[in-house]
Ligand binder design. Structure first.
Ligand SMILES: CCC1=C(C)/C(=C/C2=NC(=C\c3[nH]c(/C=C4\NC(=O)[C@H](C)[C@H]4CC)c(C)c3CCC(=O)O)/C(CCC(=O)O)=C2C)NC1=O
Length: 169
């Protein structure tokens, strides 16, 4: 598992190059957003249960067929599995925010996920909607806490939805 710094160093080391202007700019922006990333992760941590619950309610209000007979989140077991998955997405997004890298998502969350979902009939489209709802709730909460944020806050969520939506995997 890599973070923003180890990934960058690895790339330069493979090429046998000193850190150039691009590398230094990348590092600078990582360090400049560092405190805010940690603060955002703290906000997520302090509100995780409520965020997941709220995101689930919004998702099922938007797509009530998911929890009706025949829906993939129908039955308490599958309902709970769906919320647990949302909790996974939120927790790993908080790790990726701190790491400044989506590597942890590739390695621990996304690997083989589409295949698992396809074999269990877990619908990808609604999962993507659920992750987007989580993202928006997190942004609201981070903004409410007065933490300055930029597109780095979207990145882990966007990475997961992009990878899940990707065809031919
Ligand atoms: C940390 C990385 C990680 C991830 C991401 C993960 C996902 C994951 N979700 C699963 C199931 C599931 N996932 C869902 C999720 C949903 N159904 C819906 O309709 C909604 C759209 C959605 C919630 C947003 C459901 C309902 C199941 C159970 C499916 C079944 O057993 O029939 C399963 C199958 C095994 C199990 O039930 O535990 C895995 C592996 N497991 C992991 O270890």
């Amino acid at each position: 598992m890599r973070d923003a710094i180890t990934s960058l160093i690895r790339n330069y080391d493979v090429a046998g190059r000193y850190l150039d202007r691009d590398a230094l700019d990348n590092l600078k922006s990582y360090f400049q957003t560092g405190t805010a990333r940690v603060q955002a992760a703290a906000v997520i941590n302090a509100n995780a249960a409520a965020l997941v619950k709220k995101a689930g309610s919004q998702l099922f209000a938007e797509l009530p067929e998911l929890i009706r007979p025949g829906g993939n989140a129908y039955t308490t077991r599958r309902y709970a599995a769906c919320l647990r998955d949302m909790d996974y997405y939120l927790r790993y997004a908080s790790y990726a925010l701190v790491a400044g890298s989506n590597d942890v998502l590739d390695e621990r969350v996304l690997q083989g996920l589409r295949e698992t979902y396809n074999s269990l009939g877990v619908p990808i489209g609604p999962t993507v909607i659920g992750i987007n709802i989580l993202k928006n709730l997190v942004k609201e909460q981070v903004a409410a806490a007065g933490i300055p944020f930029g597109t780095w806050l979207d990145e882990p969520f966007d990475h997961m939805t992009r990878e899940l939506s990707e065809q031919n995997i």
